[in-house]
Design a protein. Structure first.
Lengths: 191, 194
């Protein structure tokens, strides 16, 4: 005859994991079933072995775990600060690149074909010494907005982490002759 | 059978811990180190019991504390911390077991018995202990974590379910299957030796 109590129920019964009602059913069955009593004894035996066989706690590894975690967090902290410095440098460079490029471009104007040059037909107005000289005013904000819209100058930004705390920020401009390199040393900012 | 281990997994002064957590959230590494010191034994111990491998257990414990640092701001109440640590440790161990296809070498051993009184009996008892650890290694990762939490750490079924974020029915199924597998393995080995 097949037992009404399963092995899974006996496994839970051995560990006290059945409800009161479930346990009562098993208790009743166990009073007349030698086979289930044998299985239950085996469960009790192996559970006792498991309880008596605690793994040797290896405290020797605790300092390694701790230092491993803290070293990685310190490294991450330094890298974060390095990236913050890089971001600051990049934003400063974005402001200054249009001016750098203009200064660079002005000494080398595009060559004009000689044949196309014609003498001016419009007479040059005479300047009277009494009139005040008007100076051209360059407004950086307006210039920056125009440059940002056309994006003619800054083509790429590269952040290259180097060995240790060093890192290199590379700003490539539209002019292949103009590359801005900013070298950063994270350890210099350490407290 | 009642386990000797009481259900007080992590004891600490909550004021001290909340202060440490607050400072650690603000980026104070020294405070975070104190939090690690408070919990490292529990975390590493659980990882060693689930993985039964020293190097893998150390890796799991480190991973748990790095995740803790990342998630400090999300842990609202410190009373959640111990359950969170147990859950994260169990999950990290299961990830490692699955990555290794449950084939980590068994390099952690059971505590030896004092051999002064009866050496022959002692050897037999030590062999049985090693046998039960080998049986533990035969379980699936989910069964192993449930058995370790219930039968070795002594958590009630409901608490195991809370830690593992599964239903009590799932835990009962895992521990009954796990206990049956351990029993079958150990009894078969003992019959073979006899």
């Amino acid at each position: 005859m097949k037992c009404p109590v399963t092995e899974e129920q006996l496994a839970l019964y051995a560990g006290g994991d059945l409800s009161f009602d479930e346990s009562s059913v098993v208790d009743q069955h166990l009073s007349g079933c030698a086979r289930c009593n044998e299985i239950l004894a085996a469960f009790h035996f192996t559970r006792q072995l498991l309880a008596d066989a605690p793994v040797v706690p290896n405290d020797a590894d605790l300092p390694d775990v701790r230092s491993g975690v803290l070293d990685r967090l310190r490294r991450r902290h330094r890298q974060t600060r390095c990236i913050q410095v890089a971001a600051l440098a990049a934003s400063l460079a974005l402001v200054s690149v249009p001016f750098v490029h203009r200064e660079h471009a002005s000494p080398h104007p595009a060559p004009v074909p000689v044949a196309s040059v014609r003498p001016p037909t419009v007479p040059v107005p005479e300047v009277h010494p009494s009139e005040p000289i008007r100076r051209a005013v360059i407004k950086p904000v307006r210039l920056r907005q125009r440059e940002a819209k056309a994006r003619p100058e800054l083509r790429a930004i590269a952040f290259e982490p180097g060995s240790g705390d060093k890192a290199m920020l590379k700003l490539a401009t539209a002019d292949p002759n103009v590359v801005i390199l900013i070298q950063m040393n994270g350890s210099a900012h350490e407290n | 059978m009642q386990m000797a281990v009481p259900f007080v997994p992590l004891m600490f002064e909550s004021d001290t811990l909340s202060g440490l957590v607050r400072k650690a959230r603000e980026g104070d590494l020294a405070s975070f180190e104190q939090i690690v010191r408070l919990h490292e034994r529990a975390v590493l111990g659980l990882a060693q019991k689930i993985l039964l491998n020293r190097a893998a257990a150390s890796d799991a414990a480190q991973e748990v504390f790095l995740r803790l640092h990342k998630n400090l701001s999300r842990l609202d109440e410190e009373r959640d911390l111990s359950a969170w640590l147990y859950r994260t440790t169990s999950n990290a161990c299961v990830d490692i077991l699955r990555r290794s296809r449950n084939d980590l070498s068994l390099d952690l051993v059971a505590e030896p018995i004092d051999a002064a009184e009866n050496p022959e009996q002692t050897v037999a008892a030590d062999q049985q202990k090693q046998l039960v650890l080998a049986a533990l290694k035969k379980l699936s990762p989910a069964e192993r974590q449930a058995i370790v939490l219930r039968d070795l750490e002594g958590f009630p079924t409901a608490e195991v379910a809370r830690i593992l974020a599964v239903s009590e029915g799932t835990v009962r199924s895992q521990i009954s299957t796990g206990r049956a597998k351990i029993k079958d393995f150990v009894m078969a080995q003992l019959r073979r030796r006899a």
